[in-house]
Design a protein around this ligand. Sequence first.
Ligand code: PGA
Length: 254
Amino acid sequence: MRRPLIAGNWKLNKTINEAEELTTALVAELADVTETDILIAPVFTALSRVAALVDNSPIQLAAQNCYPQETGAFTGELSPLMLKDAGCSAIIIGHSERRQLMGETNQLINLKVQTTLNAGMQVILCVGETLEERDNEEMLEVLSAQIKGGLADLSAEQMQNLVVAYEPVWAIGTGKTASDEQAQEAHSFIRGLIQGLFNPEVAEACRILYGGSVKPDNVDGLMAQTDIDGALVGGASLKADDFCRIVKFERIER
Ligand code: PGA
């Protein structure tokens, strides 16, 4: 059985004070959650203050990006070890906004994945097709290149610390969610790719999150799908009530 994981990606939102306010509300509301893993990913400047607040709570801290080197002459960048030092146990890597706006390639993403795993941290590797790619029937090809590129040279053991997030770009921040069936189809395809690259045990154990306009009113149906093991939540993770309802999704018998 894969343990559900609900992760909040705060993106470029919230000052330190606002981040503390939201975190305080989440800690109060989610203190008793035991069956679901919870992660929040604030902006870098808020990390250490948020880390102090989530200490001794079920909430874990993630960063939204990193640089694939431990230290050195890389002005303006942050390494996984520094993010770990600030209190993070995980890093979101290869988000579609970084692929599109910052030109991140599968090769660079793979280096970030390796550096993060080598720092003993968990990776959330994001993949997903654009609307144009889906319309051109290139979705499977794109997902395949992102998964093979992102996971290149990893061992089966390293995969224990890696979570995949399937986020169709056309569903991010648009209010358009993939249907339960569309999401399940993509997740099942991704699990098959992981099986091909590693083995059935690794594929069976790997958690695959869905992301793209996950809200309180669609999370239950998504989480009922066989291959959906959690959610990566953007907009709705900025509101305490919405995020808490998503974390406490209703378990519908599969
Ligand atoms: P959204 O963002 O929930 O606002 O669509 C999801 C994401 O980009 O991780």
